[in-house]
Design a protein around this ligand. Sequence first.
Ligand SMILES: Cc1cc2nc3c(=O)[nH]c(=O)nc-3n(C[C@H](O)[C@H](O)[C@H](O)COP(=O)(O)OP(=O)(O)OC[C@H]3O[C@@H](n4cnc5c(N)ncnc54)[C@H](O)[C@@H]3O)c2cc1C
Length: 357
Amino acid sequence: MRSVHVGIAGAGLVGRTLAWRLLRAGCRVTLFDKDPADSTASASMVAAAMLSPMAELAVADAVVFDLGQRSMALWPAWIEELQGADPIANAQPVYFRQNGTLVLAHGQDLSSLTHFTRILEHKLPMASRPQLVQVDGAGVAALEPALAGRFQQGLHLLGEGQVCNAQWMAALKRVLRNQGVQWHAGFDVDALRPNTISAGAQQYAFDAVVDARGVGSKADLPGLRGVRGEVLRVQCGGVRLNRPVRLMHPRYQLYVAPRPDDTFVVGATQLESEDSGPVTLRSMLELGSALYSLHPAFGEARVQQMSAALRPALDNDQPFCALRDGVWHINGLYRHGYLCAPALVDSLARQLLESMQ
Ligand SMILES: Cc1cc2nc3c(=O)[nH]c(=O)nc-3n(C[C@H](O)[C@H](O)[C@H](O)COP(=O)(O)OP(=O)(O)OC[C@H]3O[C@@H](n4cnc5c(N)ncnc54)[C@H](O)[C@@H]3O)c2cc1C
């Protein structure tokens, strides 16, 4: 039987992951992206890629929590599967940890931690409540010896995780290319119609087309907006963390997500702005000083990178994944792209394949 040929516009987290799942299901896939394949500009490349269904529930709906829970079950299996197909997986494995998240606050900000805990107690389904564990100073020290004596209270969110986005995206790129996906880099897709993708004067025909252009789909998806986010990437040999730490603060919240080689992702600002320009001095100071307040050894951290990108978000801040006027859309993953992508991609791949039967 002739295999289904799918055209996907956008090679961010969503486009690449979907391309791989469709390939696994026997489809032919062609990817288009306006940027070079090694670009680091997309939200997917800038993200901290924490997998925090519970911590995010404080600002998200049950829909996101459920997608997150389903994705948490898929992540380890998908990473193993992708690495099995990646010829250099041994040299460049995808970093993935599931040691939970530790939420902390300095003494003067303890009311923010109490409020956060109450929101989660209120919103979490009963079955997940045992995953919310309050710890005292000794508990903080046991989980994170580097922070011993610095915090008297904390909240441990069991089972939450993190993935290294750069490694996941790079492994997908290698596997897709090795397995024959046509990757049109530097192709600015200006229109998607049923069965056709247009880039400049060229038109490409497919059995099905998917729009995964993130904020780039604005003209075609009513209500889509970009939400600016900024992160710092630092290297610091003086502090060792076993899991992402979130620091509550009345004005801005900070997270520090450890990565291999003594590096940390520190984020993130959230600004209702579609300015994707470089990180501002104010954001750099806020993120940097909050990091320094977590542990003074971070004062010697080397700043490796400061990046900004736009999170694609819809009015209800929930993902959108559906067939609309003959074009499949998967978008609006907002601040939960890594958290929700496996469940959403899995669902879209199934629906698309069923529609082809
Ligand atoms: C600072 C920051 C921190 C984050 N932290 C987390 C986190 O900890 N956990 C989490 O789960 N999520 C996090 N996110 C959110 C997550 O990064 C996004 O939800 C996710 O990356 C969205 O993926 P996407 O593929 O839909 O969009 P994008 O990553 O924006 O990818 C869209 C792709 O489409 C391409 N494109 C756009 N227009 C066109 C066009 N006209 N033609 C062709 N190609 C086009 C772009 O070049 C890009 O490659 C964070 C985001 C930011 C910015």
